[in-house]
Design a protein around this ligand. Structure first.
Ligand code: PMV
Length: 348
């Protein structure tokens, strides 16, 4: 039968948080709700080949890993942990030998984390296999469970299954929101946010010194944790009318504050650390100067690293591109940047 052996391929996008997830509880439950734009260009493509074991079940998980065509054992512990966490929900895992082949659309070691897109793509491949074993499975359920599984691989990965605006984490005013998986934002969203751009400036392509796992854990007992988690809830409430009206000034205010707060949490944890680089700040200052001067609506956000995401609406594309080329590219490592935009989720 089809489920004896076969292969499936999924391509899942990266995402950029507007309201940041930073801090978690047991079982990858977020300490606060987060909200993100799904990206389009930055993605991971994963092919999962599977062969059913003959005879007795293997004791452990049986899998091989290839990254951009080469065997890659660095990722083994992460996948092993992912399989351990998801085994209960995917009881067929130990019945198969898997070959996992993955590649990223963005340059290798660009400082762009591939854990979100990678875990999302792998989760979709596994749900695809489950659907072959249980063909009556509903597509909505398949996506929701893929998000649930992706969360167990890397929290923010649960926001990389669908598009274009995704909320993860229970919030009293957002019906259907859950700590267990991401959901498409259920409210009205103004046209201006529908084709938003994200140009990612590669300030530092090195591996970051502090992993996000360590960072999340440092929010436990952090002196500002309670206020921070409360602020994330408030920002999600505030964004509701902003998304409906298209008020860009207010949008900018929340998005930039979220980015700086994320880094402020890092700078005030014990031990403290700084992931921004001098060029990160140069770019932020240039953006503020340009926004004042040009009255345009570009803004920045940051993830857990030095790279800067420049967000702007479609109708300001020309002026912002010019500005990026003329004034920001000098602050990028080897002048590298990636032009991305809001996207609509993973594809088979
Ligand atoms: O998914 P993780 O555990 O790598 O955490 C990602 C955290 C941030 O990127 C900094 C914020 C977010 O919400 O994506």
């Amino acid at each position: 039968s089809q489920s004896e052996r076969g292969k499936v391929t999924w391509k899942a996008p990266s995402n950029i948080a507007l309201v940041k997830y930073w801090g978690k509880k047991e079982n990858q439950i977020p300490a606060n709700p987060s909200l993100s734009f799904t990206l389009d260009t930055c993605s991971t493509k994963t092919t999962l080949s599977y062969i059913k074991h003959k005879g007795i079940e293997e004791a452990g998980f049986s899998f091989e890993l290839f990254f951009e065509g080469e065997p890659k054992d660095d990722f083994r512990p992460k996948i092993e942990l992912f399989f351990k966490r998801t085994e209960y929900y995917l009881p067929f895992l130990k019945d198969y030998h898997f070959k996992i082949e993955t590649s990223n659309s963005f340059p290798h070691s660009s400082g762009i984390a591939s854990s979100a897109s990678g875990m999302a793509a792998l989760s979709l491949c596994l749900m695809d296999l489950e659907k072959q074993l249980a063909p009556e499975m509903d597509t909505n359920f398949m996506y929701q469970k893929a998000s649930f599984l992706a969360r167990l691989g890397s929290g923010s990965a649960c926001r990389s299954i669908e598009g274009d605006l995704i909320q993860w984490g229970a919030h009293s005013e957002v019906q259907g929101s859950s700590d267990l998986y991401g959901i498409p934002y259920p409210f009205e969203v103004h046209e201006v946010f529908k084709n938003y751009h994200d140009t990612i400036l590669l300030v530092d392509k090195g591996k970051k010194q502090v992993s996000s796992t360590v960072g999340h854990n440092l929010m436990q007992g952090h002196p500002y944790a309670v206020q921070r988690f409360e602020q994330a809830h408030q920002n999600i409430s505030k964004l509701k009318p902003i998304f409906a009206d298209g008020s860009l000034e207010e949008f900018i205010n929340i998005v930039e504050s979220e980015a700086l707060t994320l880094h402020a949490m890092m700078m005030t944890s014990d031990p403290y650390f700084v992931l921004m680089k001098p060029n990160t700040l140069e770019i932020i200052n240039k953006i503020w100067e340009f926004r004042k001067k040009s009255k345009s609506h570009l803004c920045f956000t940051l993830d857990a690293g030095a790279n800067v995401h420049v967000l702007y609406p479609e109708f300001e594309k020309e002026i912002v591109h010019q500005f990026i080329k003329n004034e920001l590219i000098v602050f990028c490592e080897k002048e590298q940047y990636i032009c991305d935009r809001i996207g609509f989720g993973a594809k088979k």
